[in-house]
Design a protein around this ligand. Structure first.
Ligand code: IVH
Length: 695
């Protein structure tokens, strides 16, 4: 007995030993997988619902990669609600129709305060003297979607369609990280919970997407709404997943149990279930309060990171909504207040053709300066020559311009009847490059015309400007004016030439004192040890922006390793699709590029690989950044703060440790001063994280 007990003990120990050698015991793996899923969901909630991320994107990606690895080793543990299961590998053939349980109605629009007061009079009359109040919300400019949760699990997502029947876009909607696949606190959720809201694209994601599309020779989207709608109606969810769509809930559809007696409270409940609801929702007692909130937003909407086209006003109590009921197409308890369209009329003084860093020729209209949405507009992009021909824009024309998603001004209509028919000539599509006079070529099956001369000075200038720019190698004193001089004098053609510049060459340039020349050389020298991702992002590889550059840098760790990667190896990386993989491979297999890269390394460029955690210099500090910075984009400084142990925050309060203020800092700076919070500049910030010497 004693012996067999001992033997049993030895066997058991041996078995555990084998398990530990082969891998973790199964129950530990299962536990870790569950922990990781929970942790990822918690960070999604902090990011998308509370708008208060606790970790950097990179740390998030690490958690994700660990989960992905464990699941690939233990596929039997994969569940459809795992954060790794958002993207379906199989494209759909078409969208199935979905009948909405309750029709998705549209809303009536108003354009003036007086119309809002009329709406209020109708509500008062309908409610026969009872007390009532309103909610006021931002009218997000995206597309309406219905999400059906059953027992806390996202079962179906459908577009509005004609209001009665929409399209089943579940596979695409599952890729939107702001939308939980499984509700938080799902035990307390109603069995059926249909949430309605707006899928949208942030202004930044829209600008990046258009830039990538242009680089790839694809037509750009006119505004973030079209981009969001186009992205949701793709048959391949893997592409939707790359489009950075987001979501805000604004109402309920079918529910098996009412969440609350009022709309305002119900929206707060949705937040508890992990569903993003816009933070600017307000509860107002009177229509005058409503009007004040609406007017406030008309002047502030440019500051938002996402596009809005007005406000939505709703009677707050559900029982009162029911009393008021519906007209044929819209509810009587809800109205939108649309902002005056941000348009202006002006005259096209001339049309220029610009050459981008990959040779694309873009027509740009020079306009008689005109105020529009808070800035003076002097130029408007005409996007491409097909659009220019379609609009038939000519010099001297009166045009209506608009800010597309409040970012780039564009020409929307041409007042042809106001044209002087004797003087006006159609704009001729260039046959040669305006910068190097070489013949240009139209993309096959594409809309863009390109200069294909790799030595074109305009392309060289654009490429170098991008390389030295603050989001890439951040060479402080090497700005566009200096690059222009260096290129026209033939002193710099390639990235490597920058690192071979001599003091005497710089000092011989116009308006360049000896001190400035040595500042230029010092900032070039400093850039030699920039993080690897900055170098990759600076090379101007087609389809590679900051984010993909960071992914590649993390994955390969050195420029040499990246240069040797095969297409297959590149495609193995989760976030890198086949098109991007091919363009990276092509770039590094072009002998001219390889030569320049070898010269860069020979000239002493030695990119560093950033550690996720760099120091504790900012430990325990909550830091708010405001205004435009010289050395960082907003995303980069937030990552840097986190890498040094600090916590970036978007609003100033007494708890803020200090504010980093760049140029044109606005209300956050005022608030910091009011509260007596310390304000420092960017140089001081760099000193605090040890990237500048103490003065
Ligand atoms: S409420 C019956 N609230 O605007 C009430 N709609 O022009 C349904 N929208 O189809 C809509 N933000 O796509 C509501 N906070 C908001 C909204 C909003 C954007 C969109 C929605 C709707 C369209 C009506």
């Amino acid at each position: 007995m004693a012996i067999s007990g001992l033997r049993g003990y030895i066997y058991k120990e041996l078995l555990w030993g084998v398990l530990f050698i082969v891998g973790r015991p199964m129950k530990d793996v299962k536990k870790r997988i569950e922990e990781l899923r929970e942790e990822i969901r918690r960070h999604d909630y902090l990011y998308y619902v509370l708008n208060q991320p606790e970790i950097s994107d990179r740390e998030y990606d690490k958690l994700f990669a660990e989960l992905k690895k464990l699941e690939s080793e233990h596929p039997e543990l994969i569940v459809p609600t795992s954060p790794t299961q958002r993207v379906s590998e199989r494209p759909v053939e078409g969208f199935e129709p979905v009948q909405h349980a309750i029709p998705m109605l549209s809303i009536d629009n108003t354009y003036s305060e007086e119309e809002l007061r009329e709406f209020d009079r109708r509500v008062a009359k309908g409610l026969e003297g009872a007390e009532y109040s309103y909610t006021v919300e931002l009218k997000i400019d995206g597309l309406a979607i219905s999400l059906r949760y059953e027992e806390g699990i996202l079962r179906q997502a459908a577009t509005r369609g004609d209001g009665r029947t929409g399209d089943d876009v579940t596979a695409n909607v599952r890729t939107i990280r702001a939308i939980p696949l499984e509700l938080k606190n799902k035990e307390s959720a109603p069995e059926v919970l249909e949430v309605r809201g707006e899928v949208y694209m942030s202004k930044k994601a829209f600008a990046e997407l258009n830039e990538e599309r242009m680089e790839a020779g694809e037509p750009t989207f006119a505004n973030p709404r079209n981009a969001a709608a186009g992205s949701l109606k793709l048959l391949d969810a893997r592409i939707t997943a790359t489009r950075k769509l987001a979501f805000f809930a604004y109402s309920l559809g079918q529910v098996s149990r009412q969440l609350a007696p009022t709309h305002y409270e119900a929206m707060q409940k949705l937040r508890d279930f992990g569903i993003p609801v816009n933070e600017h929702i307000r509860h107002c007692r009177t229509i005058e309060e409503v009007i004040e909130v609406c007017q406030g937003w008309a002047g502030k909407k440019e500051r938002l990171a996402y596009p809005i086209d007005g406000m939505v006003i709703k009677v707050n109590r559900y029982d009162q909504q029911e009393i008021l009921g519906y007209t044929g197409r819209a509810p009587r308890w809800c109205i939108s207040y649309k902002f005056a369209p941000e348009q202006a009329e002006t005259i096209v003084e001339s049309i220029d053709v610009q050459v981008g860093k990959s040779g694309i020729l873009t027509p740009v209209a020079n306009l008689r300066p005109v105020p529009l949405a808070g800035t003076t507009v002097k130029r408007a992009s005409l996007h491409n020559f097909d659009l220019l021909a379609k609009l038939d824009v000519r010099c001297g024309d009166t045009v209506v311009i608009e800010k597309a998603g409040e970012i780039i001004p564009q020409v929307v209509t041409v007042k042809h009847q106001q044209r002087n028919l004797f003087e006006s000539r159609p704009f001729e599509v260039p046959k040669t490059c305006p910068a190097c006079s070489r013949p240009v070529k139209k993309d096959e099956n594409g809309v863009y015309i390109r200069c294909v001369n790799p030595h074109c000075p305009a392309q060289i200038r654009e490429r170098l400007e991008h390389f030295a720019g603050k989001g890439q190698m951040d060479i402080e004193h090497l700005g566009p004016a200096l690059i222009d001089q260096l290129v026209s004098r033939g002193l710099v053609k390639t990235y490597a030439d920058i690192y071979r510049l001599r003091l005497d060459q710089l000092a011989s340039l116009e308006r360049m004192a000896a001190k400035s020349a040595s500042n230029v050389l010092a900032s070039i020298e400093e850039s030699k040890r920039r993080p690897l991702w900055r170098l990759i992002a600076g090379l101007g590889i087609r389809n590679i922006g900051t984010q993909s550059a960071q992914i590649l840098a993390n994955e390969f760790g050195s420029l040499e390793a990246l240069m040797e990667a095969s297409v297959e190896r590149l495609q193995q990386i989760e976030q890198i699709g086949p098109v991007v993989a091919q363009s990276v491979y092509d770039y590094f297999h072009n002998p001219e590029n390889v030569r320049v890269l070898r010269e860069l390394l020979a000239a002493g460029v030695c990119p560093t690989v950033e550690q996720v955690k760099q120091s504790d210099a900012l430990a325990g500090k909550t830091i708010v950044v405001t205004g435009t910075l010289k050395h960082f984009t907003r995303q980069q400084i937030e990552q840097t703060i986190q890498a040094h142990g600090g916590k970036p925050s978007s609003s100033v309060s007494k708890k803020t440790s200090f504010v980093v203020a760049g140029d044109n800092a606005g209300s956050k700076l005022d608030k910091a001063r009011q509260l007596g919070v310390e304000v420092i500049d960017e140089e001081e910030f760099l000193r605090r994280i040890g990237q500048r010497r103490q003065p």
